[in-house]
Design a protein around this ligand. Structure first.
Ligand SMILES: NC(=O)c1ccc[n+]([C@@H]2O[C@H](COP(=O)([O-])OP(=O)(O)OC[C@H]3O[C@@H](n4cnc5c(N)ncnc54)[C@H](OP(=O)(O)O)[C@@H]3O)[C@@H](O)[C@H]2O)c1
Length: 238
């Protein structure tokens, strides 16, 4: 079994890398980083991949003939230049486009370049999975607070991308489950500036979330394709 984790250097991504290594000791685990080269998990094959560059994704994909699980755990909410918008007047085109490029387009480009390896993969006991970490704030139906324009719009675009992909692949890539996963508020660099108002018991460790995600992915079958799941297995509205 071959497993590829994008964003393996991040808070949630590194916990997923650890967890899949534990749960599937015989699997070959490949993981990517962009700016922060990880030092842990020496059994993992690490590569630098910039998910904002199609060339970088394509070059990385060219080494694979078969991949059984692809998980994209890369993403952004803020960067060195800007925090998420509290109001319309704070929208900056460059920041908006960066959010869309990393949070939405990267998953489509990964799908484009890993389609062949996912299609050709066989011999694994668990269902083939293509999962991306989205966020409940990307749900249009669930939006009651507003704000965070760039992040919300990029995750809503990601959700549509996953739904679309699940429809196309149900016809053309046999036996695969395509999903968007919501981690809940998780203690990482991404959520660090916003943790003050999180209710007691609702800020999760990345290890807990990774454990939930891997358990969920082991259980999910092709009948779950095209769904948006919370870490606890609850199905979320798009
Ligand atoms: N934490 C939460 O509370 C929370 C809640 C809801 C959803 N999420 C989602 O969960 C996912 C993981 O978030 P996290 O909390 O683990 O964030 P994080 O710790 O900040 O990790 C972000 C990851 O994205 C990677 N990345 C950033 N720019 C990249 C690029 N251009 N190319 C390739 N990789 C790039 C980073 O790589 P380098 O560090 O190597 O640059 C890092 O691995 C994101 O999609 C986020 O939206 C998180």
């Amino acid at each position: 079994m071959n497993i590829v984790v994008f964003g393996g250097s991040g808070g949630i991504g590194s916990a997923i890398v650890k967890q899949v290594t534990r749960v599937f000791p015989d699997a070959a685990v490949f993981a990517t980083w962009n700016r922060t080269r990880p030092t842990a998990e020496s059994s993992v094959r690490w590569s630098q991949v910039d998910l904002c560059s199609e060339n970088s994704i394509q070059e990385f994909s060219s080494q694979f003939n078969q991949v059984h699980w692809v998980i994209n755990a890369a993403g952004m909410l803020h960067d060195d230049t800007q925090m998420p918008e509290k109001s319309l007047q704070q929208i900056e085109p460059e920041f908006f486009m960066h959010n869309v490029q990393l949070n939405a387009l990267s998953t489509l480009l990964i799908a484009k370049h890993f389609r062949g390896a996912l299609k050709d993969a066989n011999g694994s006991e668990v269902t083939k999975q293509f999962a991306t970490i989205s966020a409940k704030v990307g749900s249009i139906e669930d939006n009651r607070l507003g704000g965070w324009y760039s992040y919300r719009c990029s995750k809503a675009a990601l959700n549509m991308a996953i739904k679309n992909l699940s429809i196309e692949w149900s016809r053309t890539v046999p036996d695969i489950c395509v999903t968007a996963l919501h981690p809940g508020t998780t203690d990482t660099g991404l959520s660090a500036p916003f943790q003050r108002n999180v209710p007691e018991g609702k800020l999760f460790s990345a290890d807990k979330v990774a454990d939930c995600f891997v358990k969920l992915m082991v259980k999910m079958t092709t009948s779950d394709t095209g769904k948006f799941f919370s870490y606890d297995g609850e199905e979320l509205p798009w």
